[in-house]
Design a protein around this ligand. Structure first.
Ligand code: FMN
Length: 468
């Protein structure tokens, strides 16, 4: 029997307390249709279904929490409610993060910390008897997972199942989705991940604290935790990863540590990005120029849509000595563009003005207070403002590299508004600890920080080391 079926048999023959929990297979909903899509142990890659399930050796073990209640899966007549989990926010968000951080979905094995369906009604009665009702349902740690954590029969079985999975797969990377799985892993690796049991995502602003090495039976893996990909808005994203960009930085870094990126990003399997870059009339044209140059040189990027506002031309002339709209791109790049295309700011019919155009995000560098205001108030009256508006409504990354000093209250409020709508405020504040020799080097290093944030870490980026 292969490893997957061994695990499956084991799970199905596990006795849990009476009716309170049941494995997804034991439900036999319409011939196990749920299994074709869901997170049940055994779904390597996506949408493969039970027959094609394969246990990847090495690769990434992705740990969700549970399937929710049986009631959530079937109606009163026993009909399946979730017809295609692929359209759900978990899969959509998951795929985006994997793709952008260079992790190959086919090398992932999806499972849950609590690998069964449960009966919501039974759990409810359990909660009211034994524990105070949570004030508001805000995370996966709320009931019933809280109840399961306290269950001395159930928890060891779930932990054993996880260890069996780990033993069979020997993953290089373990990715925990949301608070429940993070706290689950914290119980297994108390020393390495103990802090995850008390995770306060809002306070956690250290990249390293979201990641740790763990070991079991002489096999080492990197563990990383991110906010659950189904969380729809930036309010739920862990700070400072308040868009998925920061989480991609975290994931990329963990995948690198685990040694799976080097194996997988060399080939053509990594899907390339389409990005939009806008320059507006704030000071700092050299930053915009270096951004365009870095993207031209980056083979993870397929296409760059470039827009310069009318007023940026004045600043570009002033600061870079490059005048006019003709051949602007070529003059900024110092060579003919290979992948960057320019649009005029008045062309509101350009592809990037529509949400249907596939885009991986937009960077405005530098971003003037005028453009910030237009975005914050949804004016969409120029191509730049419209493309930014579309980026926000499609919940794609929008990075606003604002430049002004000092800020008045209107600027500050507009930054808050834009941030609340999902934009990242990434002010043009360069670093000095890398001792830049000129403004170009200063701009380059700043651009590298922006690119790392959007999931394109750069080889030449300066990394601070405390003992240097
Ligand atoms: C040389 C120069 C420097 C400027 N620097 C800034 C700046 O740093 N921040 C800013 O918000 N506006 C700055 N402005 C003003 C903007 O260009 C102006 O508000 C313009 O209307 C912005 O339009 P846009 O956002 O469509 O590009 C500058 C203007 C000039 C001529």
């Amino acid at each position: 029997m292969d490893a997957i079926n061994r695990l499956r048999e084991k799970l199905n023959s596990t006795e849990f307390k009476g009716e309170r929990v049941c494995t997804i297979e034991s439900l036999a909903i319409k011939g196990n249709a749920v299994m074709d899509y869901a997170f049940f142990p055994g779904g390597n890659g996506l949408y493969r279904g039970i027959k094609a399930a394969r246990f990847p050796s090495g690769g990434t073990l992705i740990l969700g929490s549970n399937f929710g209640s049986k009631e959530g899966f079937v109606d009163d007549m026993g009909n399946l409610l979730i017809m295609d989990e692929r359209c759900g926010s978990t899969w959509v968000g998951m795929l985006e993060r994997l793709r952008r951080s260079g992790i190959e979905p086919d090398e992932c094995f999806f499972t849950n910390a609590w690998p069964f369906l449960h009966m919501a009604s039974a759990d409810k009665s359990q909660i009211s008897e034994e524990s105070p009702k949570p004030k508001k349902k805000s995370s996966n740690l709320d009931a019933p997972i809280k109840t399961w954590f306290a269950d001395k029969v159930l928890m060891p079985k779930c932990e054993e199942f996880f260890r069996d999975t780990f033993r069979e797969m020997r993953p290089m990377l373990i990715l925990a989705l949301g608070l429940g799985p993070a706290a689950f892993l914290a119980r297994i690796w108390k020393v390495e991940l103990g802090a995850w049991g008390r995770f306060n995502w809002d306070d956690n602003d250290n990249l390293e604290s979201g990641m740790a090495w763990v070991e079991f039976e002489k096999h080492k893996a990197v563990c990383v935790a991110i906010t659950h990909p189904s969380m729809p808005n930036s309010k739920h994203r862990r700070a400072p990863y308040n868009t998925c960009c920061g989480e991609i930085e975290l994931l990329t870094s963990a995948a690198k540590k685990a040694g799976i990126l080097t194996k997988q990003t060399g080939g053509s399997r990594l899907q390339q990005m389409n990005l939009t870059v806008a320059l507006t009339g704030a000071s700092g044209a050299v930053f915009g120029r270096e951004m365009l140059r870095a993207l031209e040189a980056d083979n993870r990027v397929a296409r760059v849509h470039f827009v310069a506002s009318e007023n940026s031309l004045r600043v570009i002339a002033e600061e870079l000595g490059v005048s006019g709209r003709n051949d602007l791109l070529e003059k900024l790049l110092g060579a003919a563009p290979t992948k960057t295309v320019q649009h005029t700011d008045a062309d509101i019919g350009a592809a990037i003005a529509s949400g249907s155009h596939p885009s991986d995000g937009m960077i405005i560098l530098p971003c003037s207070m005028g453009t910030l205001a237009a975005i914050a108030h949804g004016l969409a009256n120029s191509l730049i403002a419209r493309a930014a508006d579309v980026t926000l409504k499609e919940r794609r990354p929008l990075i606003l590299c604002v430049r002004e000093t000092p800020f008045n209250r209107i600027h500050l409020r507009n930054m808050t508004l834009a941030s609340e709508a999902g934009a990242v405020i990434f002010p043009v504040i360069p670093a000095f600890y890398n001792h830049p020799v000129d403004s170009t080097e200063m701009a380059r290093q700043f651009v590298f920080r922006v690119l790392a944030h959007i999931g394109l870490p750069q080889r030449d980026a300066y990394v601070w080391k405390a003992d240097e």
